[in-house]
Design a protein around this ligand. Structure first.
Ligand code: COA
Length: 323
């Protein structure tokens, strides 16, 4: 049987750091409120001429620098998870395929918001186990600052820009375990970016092409749903939550992560997050947190890492990786 191994990781963020004080002149808020309600200290915003595909390319370039033993020459599929592409068409995966001259690779974007990277890992594992592909780049990348409503005091301070990329290869033993996917589609109107339709399920949408959310409802759903699914994901891997060395949830809000820790008993010391320094980078938040956990030396070879993405859709996906 062919298995899938996550073998390398890279990341990128724009240059411009945005501190909480930036929002004090934009909306009615304070640095302290943002820190205490979200845990965020800084986030990065892309330059006007910098887009999601640029961050994707730089994350893959970083992956090769960090893991010089891997080769991208025979990459045969590129999956990009994003909810803030440069444009709806061509896909970000096609842009990456072209810009990195990965001429033998298929290319596909995944549209699952903050769960997108985790869905990408699940899809890559399935494609490799099914013998369809052998070497897949999975990238989570966002320039959410381009779809943020900077007049909305309940959301504009949350979001940041960034990208994370991993390489997944066919391998005898593999290191990607059992997976879980799901959705609560009825929660669509609770977190959206409007497009052509003016309503979802009869509920009128704010037509400003920016992220709109019911923060309290999303918060509650995330804590309830993820806490319910985590033990099931552990069981799908033949372990319990006590066997997990690292938990890497989507970094939406530090308070959500703390609530998950409380609900499930997975201590905060075992959490890898990217919310404090990078804000909510949606599909990029998990690979950025994982990257920094590995780079800092916290994550050791053989450690069991549970990743769990959740967000707009409302959708979720997770797996356990043995690094
Ligand atoms: N600065 C200062 N005060 C603010 C504020 C801001 N930026 N935004 C809201 N407030 C005020 C409100 O007016 C309200 O005041 P009141 O009590 O006098 O009425 C109070 O803070 C509480 O508002 P509420 O909306 O209930 O805040 P909250 O504690 O739920 O925090 C979020 C708001 C958005 C930080 C929080 O709900 C959240 O993070 N939700 C999840 C969002 C998310 O993760 N989305 C992406 C998922 S992938």
């Amino acid at each position: 049987m062919v298995n899938a191994r996550l073998s390398a990781i890279g990341m990128s963020v724009p240059e411009k750091v945005i501190p909480n004080s930036y929002f004090e002149s934009l909306i009615d808020t304070t640095e302290e409120w943002i820190l205490s309600r979200t845990g965020i200290k800084t986030r990065y915003h892309a330059a006007p001429d910098e887009f999601t595909s640029d961050l994707c390319v730089r994350a893959v370039q970083d992956l090769v620098v960090q893991f010089p033993e891997v080769s991208l020459e025979d990459v045969d599929m590129i999956l990009v998870a994003t909810t803030s592409p440069d444009q709806p068409m061509p896909s970000m995966a096609c842009r990456v395929q072209h810009r990195l001259s990965l001429s033998h690779a298929g290319a596909l974007d995944i549209y699952a918001a903050c769960a997108g990277f985790s869905y990408g890992i699940v899809m890559a594992k399935g494609l490799i186990a099914g013998g369809v592909h052998k070497k897949i780049l999975v990238i989570g990348a966002e320039t959410l600052s381009k779809v943020t409503d900077f007049t909305d005091r309940t959301s504009c301070m949350l979001f940041g820009d960034g990208a994370g990329a991993v390489l997944i290869e066919a391998d005898k033993t593999g290191n990607i375990g059992g997976c879980i996917t799901g959705a609560s589609g009825e929660g669509g109107p609770d977190l959206y970016i409007s497009g052509f339709a003016e309503s979802i399920d009869g509920q009128p949408l704010k037509m400003n092409r920016c992220i709109v959310q019911n923060g309290r409802k999303v918060f509650k759903w995330a804590v309830t749903k993820v806490a319910e699914q985590m033990p099931l994901l552990a069981a799908a891997n033949g372990i319990t939550l006590a066997d997990i060395d690292w938990f890497v949830p989507h970094s939406a809000n530090l308070r959500i992560i703390e609530a998950l820790s409380n609900e499930t008993g997975v201590p905060m010391e075992k959490v890898l997050e990217s919310i404090v320094d990078f804000g909510n980078t949606s599909s990029a938040s998990i690979p950025i947190a994982l990257y920094n956990g590995i780079k800092s030396g916290k994550v050791k070879r053989g450690d069991k890492i549970m990743i769990f993405g959740f967000g707009g859709g409302l959708a979720y996906a997770g797996t356990v990786i043995t690094w």
